[in-house]
Design a protein around this ligand. Structure first.
Ligand code: 17E
Ligand code: FE2
Length: 411
């Protein structure tokens, strides 16, 4: 197949893309089709590498209101609601909801998902269902599974054993939740435990880290120090880190050096954390989103995730990362021209680094022909107009398409 007249990522020159045997065979201006080759002329549309959901909880998706709604909008009430819903989990229930959510994500150009799965469940029902789905879906969606101890590693009965069991069953990454542990000592110990487990089983790490408005929540420094000392470095990710919003600037100045040395990744979830955080405030209310702009300026890798799709923590969501980027740029005040043009990186190349997708991700000759065609000439336009993903190709195969509806104004 020959794709003509594409703007690839931020390029301002049009390129053609030739795909042979599911791979990018040639990329450049004015390519000639082979005899009988299918030609798709984009007439100047944006082509991007596939979108990556770097932080979502697929096991909890599509359960909002079951059995009760989160009335306060806090993280903690969300955990309590989920704890009730968790009792009703079955493999079939998880499968049905995850398959629906994954199709919603695919429609919006997502081809890779890092999902946290709650392993504070003596039966590990959701984990077992998710491991099955990871295998079943691997040709259409890459699922990366984080063993996530939602109710704590040391504060939940058998939490340590369940986490290790989840890793042995095949989770890709180890999680932790230091701000939810009973005490500061437990929080430090839980991080040490999670990091040692990752080292022992050669896994990645992704911690729900300091997802609270308490400026004294300092799990991040422990996580970064261990990542540095143990040499796990960019295999480690700090998710949420909303307390960093509330840290004093003098402390952040000290912390930044350690963060740079540690080489850890960050995932921010601006859509969900603007909703969950600041709930103990009157006015002014904190936004509770980590310091994305400053982290990026310090050369630290940051991506954006959705976190939730219609569940106890967030009563909305279509799976589209567009809303996450749109809101995230506003709330992080990243609305300069270059910030907007480059924002697609927060849900693609930066996320690929966090997930350790390696060199095979990206629009380059020799790589699998996985890419998106968007209905606009650049990301600025696509983001502003909420333009659809027209086509999502994976290894040369069309996975999803959107045919733009017609909208008319009669003056
Ligand atoms: N669990 C948690 O601890 N934090 C979140 N943001 C979600 C689930 C969605
Ligand atoms: Fe999360």
């Amino acid at each position: 197949m020959l794709i003509r007249n594409a703007y690839i990522e931020n390029q301002t020159q049009l390129s053609d893309i030739q795909i042979t045997d599911g791979k990018f065979a040639a990329i450049g201006p004015g390519l000639t089709p082979q005899p009988g080759e299918q030609v798709l002329d984009l007439g100047g549309k944006l082509v991007l590498p596939p979108f990556i959901e770097s932080h979502v909880h697929l096991d909890t998706c599509l359960t909002a209101g079951e059995p009760v709604w989160n009335q306060s909008g806090t993280l903690f009430e969300g955990i309590a609601c989920w704890s009730q819903r968790k009792e009703q989990l079955s493999r079939e229930d998880v499968r049905r909801r995850v398959l629906q959510a994954v199709r919603m994500q695919a429609a919006h150009g997502i081809q890779y998902v890092r999902t946290h799965v709650d392993v504070t469940d003596p039966k590990l029902t959701a984990l077992e269902a998710m491991l099955e789905l990871r295998e079943e879906l691997k040709d259409v969606m890459t699922l990366q599974i984080v063993a996530f101890p939602q109710e704590g590693i040391l504060s939940y009965p058998g939490g340590q054993e369940l986490l290790e069991q989840a890793v042995k069953l095949g989770a890709d990454a180890v999680g932790a939740i230091p701000h939810y542990e009973f005490t500061r000592e437990y929080s430090v110990e839980s991080l040490n435990y999670a990091m040692a487990l990752a080292e022992k089983y050669d896994k990645l790490v992704d911690v729900h880290c300091d997802e609270i408005d308490d400026e004294a929540s300092r799990g991040l420094e422990t996580l970064a120090a261990r990542a540095y000392e143990m040499g796990l470095k960019d295999r480690v990710t700090a998710s949420h880190t909303t307390a960093m919003h509330s840290y004093n600037n003098a402390y952040v100045l000290r912390l930044m050096r350690l963060l740079q040395l540690s080489e850890i990744n960050f995932v921010s979830n601006p859509l969900v954390n603007t909703h969950l955080q600041g709930r103990a405030d009157t006015y002014p209310k904190r936004r509770g989103v980590t310091r994305v702009k400053e982290l990026l300026q310090a050369g630290i890798n940051v991506s954006f995730g959705h976190d939730d799709i219609f569940d106890p923590w967030y009563p909305m969501g279509t799976g589209s990362l567009r809303d996450v980027v749109f809101l995230g740029l506003h709330v992080c005040q990243m609305m300069g021209y270059e910030d907007i043009q480059n924002a697609y990186r927060l849900i693609s190349v930066n996320a690929a680094r966090t997930l350790h997708l390696g060199e095979s991700y990206g629009i380059r000759v020799g790589n699998p022909a996985s890419f998106l065609v968007l209905d606009g000439k650049d990301y600025y336009q696509v983001l502003n107009e909420n333009a659809p993903v027209l086509y999502s190709y994976r290894e040369g195969r069309l996975l999803a398409q959107s045919l733009p509806g017609s909208r008319q104004v009669f003056f």
